[in-house]
Design a protein around this ligand. Sequence first.
Ligand SMILES: *Cc1c(COP(=O)(O)O)cnc(C)c1O
Length: 298
Amino acid sequence: MNQHLSILFPNSISVHMKREDLIHPIVSGNKFRKLKYNLIQAKTENQHTVLTFGGAFSNHIAAVAFAGKEQNFKTIGIIRGEELKNKISENPTLQFAQDCGMQLEFVTREAYRQKTEHGFLENLRTKFGAFYLIPEGGTNELAIKGCEEILTIADAAFDYICCPIGTGGTITGIINSLLPHQKVLGFPALKGEFLKDEIRIFARNDKWEVITEYHFGGYGKVTSELIGFVNQFYKENKIPLDPIYTAKMVFGVMDLIDKDYFREKSKILLIHTGGIQGIQGMNLKLKEKKLLTINFDD
Ligand SMILES: *Cc1c(COP(=O)(O)O)cnc(C)c1O
């Protein structure tokens, strides 16, 4: 569903938002898309267990746990940070994953860094038996294939498609399904010049740009300005934004509109990738630091 933003923009620019967040109340829309063909592949390979990696508030961990429950896979989540082991009940994401039946395995940050190394994965196979491996963040070739289904023929009228970037899988899928007159702007939620190289591996055209000025300090970092923006955006549009990804992208697009980045009469489509499940955890952290929290009360 594409929702028209009611805010009036200069230069007859119009902005719509694709509500991928509405695919599921807890699981991020783009994570569902990234899992689709991977779970089909796991079934084809006759695998009964899916193993993946993630941090304390990972949307990907929540998505794998939920999809695994729905589709009868056993799921194992390798979680960064041993100290979280006895704090599952204090962490809404991990509690959700565990309630879905995911087996959580906590590892030190040093061990976590080896997550793509052969020896580390072999040890996991010895410990847990055979599994279908999904990388951190869910990005691989099959995930990109799933994200090629985000844009549809109904989106043909848009000139610019804007989306957040984590690992780059989502934007690559969007790039590969562009029409000739369209361009993608990606907004990394982290400090990451390397992302361009990641995107180039699977991107089938070069009609995209990575805009690196709106990471707000890095992955998972927010400022009171950004949180204020999320609250104000909700007041004006009744659309909740997640502070880790979508809010940074939307903030960036609004700022670029102010700076006359877009030509007159541009039609912009913002991709709301979801991430709403992470807000509860973010608010706990903000409250602890006595900072402004996210508030979607009317
Ligand atoms: C994971 C995630 C992203 C980033 O997607 P990538 O494919 O890793 O670039 C964006 N938004 C939300 C809500 C996410 O959960």
